[in-house]
Design a protein around this ligand. Structure first.
Ligand code: ADP
Ligand code: MG
Length: 684
């Protein structure tokens, strides 16, 4: 078996089929073998007709009662109907447009039929176009593959039958000590059985082995990338640590978690190697102050920094924070966003290139081609889950091996953090600044709105501020019971809250208008902000202590958590009210979780459980590698085992030089190559 041989060399695969295979990402025999079935037809558990569940695929064994005959009906279609009995019950079978069916299915002979049973007139059982095979040819379990208009599951199956007719053993790459320790079947068994399993038991063993391979190799590859990253030399070495000087600038005492995070990052940058570090911290944990420390230290060492934020509102906020913090320190900051005026843009770009700017803060505008630096050595991305891979690497390529600091407010469950950021070092802010109160959360129905408004007023009267969040609703999208942000604002302004100053904020406003509103809210000029989720990310107004989320059922758990994080940022106890009239099981569950905990990790875990990893991370843009067979949610046992083993090998034999590891090393290299762009997501 030559694994690298072209798919076209397989018996029965001509030019057209070969193209079909390529459209599925299968170009070689090796890739064909790794193209696992998506499901199976189980011909091995034969059910009595009487006991077959309706509407599900089942396999029955029966005899055709009388010969089939094709009738031609209107439109020229051929129909053959017959009756099949298993001795106790009868099911009628129907076939369409098959000239040969009367000669293929003979009365009096026993066949296996596979398909769905439905109930027809008078509750008679029917099978429409079932698959069938004579009993003596019975195959236990048959694979079903993902197909597309160019190639069918059946064609894929037959290509695999042809390839696997060669009984030469598929070479093993795992040493026997690993096979034994984790009681894994051989690769040969696993590959053959995953396609054509002899029993449900052996299929399970095959799956376990292949899941093991997938997770093991992935983690080894990520760990190797991390080691490689650690050896990337950089000129942006920090010579003098100015951290203590920086801490004196802060209007508050840094938390221990913040100190630890700064220390770890500075140590990375002092090593002479490139830093690649992720800062994880729940909303409100004080990530900005950590980022500012790194900027300060870099600037004092003559290195330029860039900070990229996902929204304009957030970029402006950072700009204000940094300029006021660094006012006395002689650090030059500028802001560059899509709405910066052309003249200013030109001036800023020039000064950036000449090295007259120490820190540039901005949005995606920073990635544009004509943005150049004199000595970019530190790249920070805030709320990184909002960025695609290209955007981050784009910014990094503007410097020479700049240090990379990624900040994320989406708590990532531990099991996944390693897969997603396996090659980044991680700091965690696991401590909130002192004096923070838990935000109390309630879920209420819209009937309570009147009382709720009174409650909000009582806070506004005391000088506090608040948010009301509504889902974004397009005019065309007239859904009853959903609050449209603009209407809501008009109504509130003219009725209940007519004696208060209100602001409206949504994504379709011009950036300038948004800034105006945000700064009026920050300064206290606006008491109550009616907004869409544009405020979801990062906005910091400690005086805002009350948040209402209308149509809370329309938001996911992590999003609700982010939104709620906009309050509870000062020393005053805050309240979050979730308004929903939905009583679906899913909504009730989400509301209960929100009301019972403010722990971001717990919420992320639940969110992941409810939505699955793909949705959780917004599918692929976050560098979550596509897995063929493993499932990060259900295969956590194997995930843990392989994580441990990969860690051990990385420590004891990082270059796979031991005899028993040489073949693993080859697989890892292949994996790293195949990770391609996805790996770049992890390496940035
Ligand atoms: P996030 O981690 O969500 O980005 P921020 O950096 O915006 O959080 O900080 C949240 C709030 O906490 C800000 O108002 C900030 O000034 C304040 N803060 C940060 N660190 C401390 C600290 N050590 N002591 C007191 N307040 C702090
Ligand atoms: Mg933040």
């Amino acid at each position: 078996m030559n694994f690298s041989a072209d798919i076209g060399t397989v018996k029965g695969v001509g030019k057209v089929r070969a193209d079909g295979f390529r459209s599925l990402g299968v170009a070689t025999i090796g890739e064909l073998l790794r193209f696992y079935p998506r499901a199976y037809e189980d011909w091995s558990s034969i059910l009595p007709i009487e006991r077959c569940p309706i509407g599900e695929n089942v396999c029955i064994k029966g005899t055709l009662l009388y010969p089939l005959k094709n009738d031609r009906v209107r439109g020229g279609m051929l129909i053959a109907k017959g009756s099949v009995t298993d001795g106790d019950s009868i099911v009628s079978v129907t076939f369409f447009n098959n000239k040969y069916i009367p000669s293929m299915l003979k009365s009096g002979e026993e066949y296996l039929f596979y398909g769905k049973i439905t109930l027809g007139k008078y509750a008679a059982r029917e099978m429409v176009s079932p698959m069938f095979i004579p009993v003596r040819q019975s195959k236990a379990i048959l694979p079903i593959y993902h197909q597309n208009p160019k190639i069918t599951s059946r064609q894929i199956r037959s290509a695999l039958e042809n390839v696997l007719a060669d009984k030469t053993e598929i070479p093993e790459f795992l040493p026997s000590y690993i096979l034994e320790k984790y009681s894994l079947v051989s690769l040969d068994t696993a590959i053959r059985q995953i396609h054509f399993p002899e029993s449900a038991e052996i299929l399970q063993r095959a799956r376990e082995r292949l899941i093991f391979d997938e997770l093991f190799l992935l983690q080894l590859s990520l760990m190797r990338l991390k080691n490689t990253n650690k050896t990337v030399k950089t000129d942006n070495k920090i010579k003098i640590d100015y951290t203590d000087e920086y801490f004196k600038l802060l209007p508050f005492e840094p938390t221990n978690a913040q100190k630890k995070a700064v220390k770890a990052a500075v140590a990375d940058m002092q090593s002479g190697k490139q830093m690649n570090r992720l800062l994880q911290g729940d909303v409100g944990s004080g990530k900005t102050a950590v980022a500012a420390a790194l900027v300060y230290v870099c600037t004092k060492n003559g290195i330029q920094s860039a900070l990229m934020a996902p929204t304009e509102v957030l970029a402006v906020q950072h700009f204000e924070t940094f300029t006021s913090l660094f006012a006395s320190a002689g650090i030059t900051c500028e802001l560059l966003t899509g709405s910066t005026k052309a003249v200013d843009k030109k001036r800023i770009k020039e000064r950036l290139k000449n090295g007259e700017i120490d820190l540039i803060i901005g949005t995606h505008a920073l990635i544009q081609d004509d943005v150049e630096f004199s000595r970019l050595g530190l790249v920070i991305t805030d709320e990184q889950h909002r960025f695609g891979v290209k955007q981050r690497t784009g910014l990094c390529s503007k410097g020479k091996n700049p240090h990379v600091y990624v900040m994320s407010a989406t708590p990532i469950p531990r099991t996944l953090a390693l897969i997603l950021f396996g090659d980044l070092d991680v700091s965690v802010l696991d401590e909130l600044p002192p004096g923070r109160q838990k935000t109390v959360t309630y879920a209420v129905s819209s009937k309570k709105r009147r009382g709720m408004f009174d409650y909000i007023k009582s806070y506004l009267d005391k000088g506090f501020q608040g948010y009301i969040v509504c889902p974004l609703v397009e005019e065309s999208e007239n859904i009853t019971g959903v609050q449209n942000v603009e209407e809501y604002y008009e109504k509130a302004k003219n009725t209940v809250f007519k004696d208060y100053s209100l602001g409206l904020l949504h994504g379709k406003m011009t950036p300038k208008k948004k800034d105006e509103i945000m700064s009026d809210f920050k300064s206290g000029k606006i008491q109550l902000l009616i907004s869409t989720v544009v405020i979801e990310v990062g906005v910091d107004v400690p005086n805002a202590v009350i948040m209402v989320i209308e149509n809370a059922e329309r938001f996911g758990l992590s999003q609700l958590h982010q939104l709620r994080g906009r309050v509870g940022r000062g020393t005053q106890m805050s309240t979050c009210i979730l308004v929903t009239d939905s009583s679906s099981e899913d909504t009730v569950r989400r509301m209960n979780i929100m009301c019972s905990t403010t722990d971001g990790f717990k919420i992320a875990d639940e969110d992941l459980r409810l939505r699955g990893p793909g949705d959780f991370f917004g599918t692929r843009q976050h560098g979550l590698p596509r897995l063929r067979i493993a499932d990060l949610m259900t295969d956590s046992k194997i995930l843990n085992e392989t994580q441990e083993l990969a860690g051990e090998i990385t420590r004891t034999d990082p270059n796979f030089t031991k005899n028993e590891h040489i073949k693993i090393g080859r697989q890892v290299n292949k994996k790293i190559n195949s990770l391609g762009n996805t790996a770049a997501a992890n390496t940035i």
